[in-house]
Each structure stands twice: as C-alpha cells, then as structure tokens.
Design a protein. Structure first.
Lengths: 112, 113
C-alpha cells in the first residue's frame, strides 16, 4: 500500500519568514495530494491540493509543488503569520479506494 | 456550513469496557471515515464506509468495529477497550470519490485506564 513520509516533524520560524514542509510517497499510481491544517482543538481542514497533471499550485501565501518523477511534493508558506501556527498534514491518494494516506504531520510554530 | 459532530470531546473508560464513539454529518455525504491520531504517526485510517451498512477496513482495524445504520451517522465501537487504544479519534465525511475534500469533526480524546 501507499506510504507517505513527512519532514520535518517540527518547524519553528520567525514571523515573516517562509516555511517549507516536504513529503514523499511510495505508490507511483497516486495522483491526488491534499494538504490539511489542524489548529489546536479542531479537526484538520483542507487548505490546498494538487493533482498529478500539474506541477505547482498557488493560493495567496501558500503554494504546493509536485515532482512525480521523484515522488515528492512540498508545501510552501510565505510571509508567515502567527495564525499559521498549527499542525500540517500531507496526504496522497490513487483514486482507487476513496482513501487518503496521511503523513506523520509537521508542527509549525511562527514566533512573533 | 459543513458540519461534522462527534458525541464527546473527552472520554475516560476502563480496560475491558465497551466504548461507542458517535459521529454525525449534515452534508448528505456518501463516505464516512474513522481515523486515529497519534503523535508522529499522523492520521491512520481505522474503517471507512461508502454507503449505509457498507464498510471497509482501513490500515488498523484490529480491536475496532463500526456501524452505519443511517447515512448521516457512523459509529466506532471498541468491543473491549485496552490501554493501547488511548488516542485521539477523528471522524470525517466526504462526497463519493477519493479526491473529494474530507471534512473532519473536532475529535474525541479517549483515555483508557
């Protein structure tokens, strides 16, 4: 089955700096890669996703890049703000079974 | 607004007890999921249901069962709770298809003593 690895497990940045979280996946059939953000006391919420037919997608301060050859994808957050502090999860899916496989999560701390 | 609710935010049970975790969604979603969240391990799928009375095992189904008698409600059952089932349990729902957004509930923190 699919295996998704996520790094780093914790990331501390200064407000205004950029943050990058990286994930690798094992199943070359995977073609959908969402990112979820989990704030304290809440369930994860989708923030951005990318499909295998594109290499990059942006939404304001967040962007995701995908390298299918290397089987890795990354989340980029620019101009970080304290409200970006949360746990971020990457995931992968191959459309075959309605299921997502999640990475281990990254705790991002943005220091004011 | 999309809403997934879970019956309890915190639950404390004793070893050997039967535990029911309830999840209700108000979006008429076909798919419902139960995940377990542990530090460093991310979200691991326990069971998934794609229709009423239908279910599929996820990655870690051992020690758990599920019930979906109505479309909006998905229950996770621990037949005989054990201390290694102490964890955060998250319910989610989505439209049919694996590329549809999953909407999560706030989670239930279960402690088994």
């Amino acid at each position: 089955g699919e295996n998704v690895e996520q790094h780093p497990s914790t990331l501390s940045v200064q407000e205004g700096d950029s943050a990058v979280i990286k994930c690798t996946y094992s199943d070359s059939a995977s073609n959908y890669f969402p990112w979820y953000k989990q704030e304290l006391g809440k369930g994860p919420q989708l923030i951005i996703d990318i499909r295998s037919n594109v290499g990059e997608k942006k939404d304001q301060r967040i962007a995701v890049t995908l390298n299918k050859t290397a089987k890795h994808f990354s989340l980029h957050i620019t101009e970080t703000q304290p409200e970006d502090s949360a746990v971020y999860f990457c995931a992968a899916s191959n459309n075959a079974g309605n299921m997502l496989t999640f990475g281990g999560g990254t705790r991002l701390m943005v220091k004011p | 607004d999309v809403k997934v609710t879970q019956s309890s935010r915190y639950l404390v049970k004793r070893t050997g007890e039967k535990v029911f975790l309830e999840c209700v969604q108000d979006m008429d979603h076909e798919n419902m999921f139960w995940y377990r969240q542990d530090p460093g391990l991310g979200l691991r799928l326990i069971y998934f249901s794609y229709d009423v009375k239908m279910k599929e095992k996820g990655d870690i189904p051992e020690g758990y069962s599920v019930s979906r008698e109505k479309k909006e409600r998905f229950s996770l059952i621990l037949e005989s709770a054990s201390t290694n089932q102490t964890s955060m349990y998250l319910c989610a729902s989505s439209w049919a298809g694996s590329t549809d957004t999953q909407y999560f509930g706030p989670g239930t923190r279960l402690t088994v003593l």
